[in-house]
Design a protein around this ligand. Structure first.
Ligand code: SAM
Length: 203
């Protein structure tokens, strides 16, 4: 089984937007306890690479375990590496970049969420801050044509974030997967096809 109900949200997002291909390299930000890691590892298969980052330690995923939460997939799953750290810190970003290497990532997904205070504007602002961090990481690590999925709580700064992401990708959609509709104000921005920087005109 999956380690989190959140896993079903990523499955739905993948069905809607065709995120994962076999052998892809996937970066998962805010990955604990690991449900999204399991879904990504299944979708990319044994030839793929999945790297998860979280403030919390993520228990090793062992697809060979029989029974229990680690009994998932059909054996054809990617190995998963995890990094414990704060994605807003340069040292964590550096470790992630070293882990991914020159090849770059095909997909960056972020389910990062702040600790909720219940104060709507503050929770929204902190969520947008984490989403912008994920966007920066995506610009840094994604290969051209790569995709980004990022969770954000709805509010006044959502549109500006969407506009900024739209400037870098072929298109962006705001998706509310059925598995998350009962809860909260969360939505996912699904950005497909990182564009390469335009070549400067002139010399
Ligand atoms: N997608 C995960 C799954 O399926 O198991 C659930 C993710 S949970 C909703 C959000 C996670 O974001 C938490 O584990 C939290 O520790 C992490 N997080 C929040 N801020 C972070 C940060 N600055 N750096 C890294 N992880 C962060």
């Amino acid at each position: 089984g999956y380690r989190s109900r959140a896993a079903y949200k990523l499955r739905q997002l993948d069905e809607t937007a065709s995120l994962f291909d076999r052998n892809d390299t996937v970066v998962d930000l805010g990955a604990a306890p690991g449900g999204w890691l399991q879904v990504a590892a299944e979708r990319v298969g044994a030839g793929g690479t999945v790297v998860g980052v979280d403030l919390q330690r993520i228990r090793d995923l062992d697809p060979d375990a029989d029974g229990g939460e680690d009994d998932w997939g059909d054996g054809d799953v990617a190995s998963v590496e995890t990094i414990r750290g704060d994605m807003t810190e340069a040292k964590t970003q550096d470790r992630l970049r070293e882990t991914i290497g020159d090849r770059g990532a095909d997909v960056v997904v972020s389910d990062m969420a702040p600790n909720m205070t219940g104060e709507y504007n503050l929770d929204h602002a902190r969520s947008v801050h984490l989403a912008r961090q994920a966007f920066e990481v995506a610009l840094d690590l994604l290969a051209p044509g790569g995709d980004l999925v990022v969770k954000v709580f709805q509010g006044q700064d959502l549109e500006a974030l969407q506009d900024d992401i739209e400037a870098e990708f072929e298109y962006v959609r705001v998706v509310s997967p059925p598995a998350s509709r009962d809860s909260s104000s969360e939505v996912y921005l699904v950005a497909k096809g990182l564009m390469t920087a335009p070549v400067e005109a002139g010399d």
